[in-house]
Design a protein around this ligand. Structure first.
Ligand code: MN
Length: 424
């Protein structure tokens, strides 16, 4: 389905009075509000193609109906999100779950929805039906050169698909590692992974980036060959200037100081991209900002600070992507919530009084520093986010309009109640 622009305008009309009342505080602080609104309009978050269907756990999966059955329908769903919030103007594809049979047609379809293709993702953590070699004991690290060859060729094929769609980055997440002590020679696994990555790196077009994503555990539970930001940083450094670390919020050990990791990676010019989600225990892939919104704000505070320190463009110089998957929410509603949580954290980070914070730090005044940060975190920036949406032609309240239009029911009407999306 496609959203009628009239329905957005009509809906906004019913919300306008309340919105302007809430915005009035900010209109008295125009000097502060205007640049934030503009930055929010520019800021786009890529939607992962695998998050459009209901996720599951290893115990079960409970699809909600009307889920996209093809790449075309996935693009239509992201187009719907983007029409509602004008902040989801990109899609991140997963190969082989989303192989485009006609790249030109897919590119055109995406452009009709105002979407571009963000990083493409390879998959060497599952065996495909027609695969000659198995990834049971790893892919790029594997002891058998034939398995490594298959995994390298797959990644190069993913780059080719990405080039055809106008993407400019490859994300490599490896499940490689070991489940038991003694299973793996760590040094050999590192060297094999590095030389495999070098071949993939050599196949990158000049204007492309390679994102090396790390994860502390799962599916391997004793060691992960790219298990933390240190190893990712090491691989990225050895590979060269087109290689960067990708930070997935859920891929750390509990209580890791992600904001500090982000600050150092950015400072060293090696932070490439982000996968947003939230978690309570492990890699829970919950809605961004649903569990630890203060952490999300602290991460954005470092991102804004680090991007500004290097003169980087907030909107375009890092890859901003969601990586989440749910089994109890409507995936589209969940993604609307995630995008809004990210925008709120970003806006709050933008209003931090940087000069005062730096003064407090230089004066060794932790009380003052905390007050400055929490003053921003406790400020209700939602009217700014809504105003950015309104000016971009989106809904003042995307979730409200989504429910009022009964979008899920309409999708079930179009696609059926028993659809299961490709992918996870
Ligand atoms: Mn991820």
């Amino acid at each position: 389905m496609k959203l009628d622009p009239e329905s957005i305008a009509e809906y906004n009309q019913t919300q306008l009075e309340g919105h302007q009342r809430k915005l009035s505080y900010w209109t008295q602080e125009v000097a502060k509000a205007e640049p934030v609104i503009q930055k929010l309009i520019d800021f786009q978050i890529a939607i992962p193609s695998w998050a459009l269907g209901t996720g599951g756990t290893r115990f079960g999966r409970f699809p909600g109906g009307g889920e996209p059955r093809s790449l075309e329908e996935k693009i239509a769903d992201v187009g719907l999100l983007h029409a509602l919030n004008r902040a989801s103007g990109a899609i991140s594809l997963h190969i082989p779950w989303d192989i485009p049979t006609d790249p030109n047609a897919i590119r055109q379809l995406a452009a009709q929805h105002g979407l571009r293709f963000d990083a493409v993702n390879s998959n060497t953590f599952q065996d495909q039906l027609d695969a000659q070699q198995s990834y049971k004991f790893g892919s790029l690290q594997h002891t058998d050169p034939a398995v490594r060859r298959q995994a390298i060729e797959h990644n190069i094929e993913v780059i080719r698909h990405g080039v055809a769609l106008g993407s400019d980055a490859l994300t490599v997440w490896l499940s490689d590692g070991s489940c038991f002590p003694g299973q793996l020679n760590f040094r050999k696994a590192f060297d094999r992974t590095l030389s495999s990555l070098e071949e993939i790196y050599a196949a990158l077009p000049n204007d492309w980036k390679l994102f090396v994503e790390y994860k502390a555990f799962e599916p391997n539970f004793y060691s992960m060959t790219v298990g933390d930001w240190g190893s990712s940083f090491l691989y990225a450094n050895k590979l060269g200037p087109k290689a960067y670390t990708l930070v997935d919020l859920g891929h750390h050990l509990p209580n890791a100081n992600i904001e500090q990791i982000v600050a150092i990676l950015l400072h060293q010019g090696k932070l490439g991209g982000f996968h947003f989600n939230d978690s309570k225990y492990g890699d829970d892939d919950l809605t961004a900002g649903s569990i630890k919104p203060y952490q999300l704000f602290l991460i954005f505070t470092e991102l804004v600070d680090g991007l500004d320190a290097r003169g980087m463009n907030h909107a375009t110089d890092l890859g901003w992507m969601i990586d989440a998957s749910h089994n109890v929410k409507d995936p589209l509603e969940d993604l609307l919530q995630s995008v809004e949580a990210i925008q709120i954290a970003y806006a709050q980070a933008l209003i931090v009084d940087r000069e005062a914070l730096e003064d407090a730090r230089e004066a060794n005044d932790p009380v003052r520093a905390q007050e400055i940060l929490q003053d921003a975190f406790r400020t209700d920036v939602r009217p700014l986010v809504a105003e950015a949406r309104r000016r971009a032609g989106a809904s003042l309240n995307p979730l409200g309009l989504y429910r009022q239009l009964n979008v899920r029911q309409q999708l079930i009407g179009e696609r059926g109640a028993k659809t299961v999306t490709t992918g996870l």
